[in-house]
Design a protein. Structure first.
Length: 265
């Protein structure tokens, strides 16, 4: 009888519905381009205790919110956006905010196999993973005063009303909605740079020269500026014209004198 009750209990556990989890899949992408994150609606967030960072416990991925922007870690790459479903921008490992790096391993919903050998209540060992150069440039990222942690930024929950077909895909439209409904400005200098780069209209970016135009300029060499010799040559041109006119007049005078001499004879 006891064995039968245990069997019934095990079947009940296996048959119990699992909590709803939003899938998150990421492919390759570039700034201001979709990288494959498809969330049907605004995700639920919880604050990481002791950190100014939120994580999304019901998103099937490593999805965070910090200082006014969303951050995703997938396939050893970081991405950021100020809207929960992108478009996303690639974040260089040297440019990931420190408090995002400090989030303990236990809050990564899809930790890579490497993370499983590290302490769950400590940050990932980014220095060991990304190497000596990264560790030198980001020295001190894992040391901070836990008594003076900044307050977590408010979530842009107004984005809940924009889901599915109503989600704004154009960066310009997203920027306009953020200006209307979300007055928070990033305080972390690193996040501020990402935010400003994203807020810069594409038309303000330097125009790339077409490849053929660049090749033509390279083959032609640098443009020659008027130098001393060129200026002297240009100055001689009017004098040369003046000399030709004087020669013509002298020739006419000689012809006139010759005619007068012949008539006098």
């Amino acid at each position: 009888m006891l064995k039968l009750s245990h069997l019934v209990l095990a079947i009940g556990v296996l048959a119990a519905p699992a909590p709803a989890v939003a899938d998150l899949s990421i492919g390759f992408g570039s700034p201001h381009v979709s990288i494959g994150i498809n969330l049907p609606s605004y995700p639920d967030f919880e604050v990481v205790p002791g950190y100014p960072v939120y994580y999304a416990p019901r998103v099937n991925g490593n999805f965070f919110f910090y200082d006014g922007m969303y951050w995703v870690y997938q396939d050893d790459n970081w991405y950021s956006s100020d809207w929960y479903n992108g478009p996303w921008g690639y974040v260089d490992p040297y440019e990931v905010p420190e408090f995002v790096l400090r989030v303990p391993v236990r809050y990564y919903r899809q930790p890579p196999p490497l993370f499983l050998h590290w302490r769950a209540n400590a940050p990932p060992r980014w220095g060991d993973h990304w190497g000596h150069d990264w560790n030198q440039r980001r020295s001190g990222w894992d040391r901070w005063d836990r008594r003076s942690v900044p307050k977590a930024a408010p979530l842009p929950t107004y984005q809940r009303q924009f889901g599915g077909d109503h989600y704004p895909r154009q960066v310009e439209q997203q920027r306009h909605l953020n200006q209307q409904h979300y007055s928070y400005q990033p305080r972390d200098p690193v996040v501020r740079r990402h935010y400003q780069e994203r807020a810069t209209p594409r038309s303000e970016a330097p125009r790339a020269q077409p490849r053929d135009e660049r090749n033509d300029r390279m083959q032609a060499g640098p443009e020659r500026k008027p130098g001393r010799e060129t200026r002297q040559e240009e100055q001689r041109k009017p004098d040369q014209g003046k000399d030709r006119g004087q020669n013509d007049r002298d020739r006419n005078d000689r012809d006139d004198r010759k005619d007068r001499d012949e008539r006098g004879r």
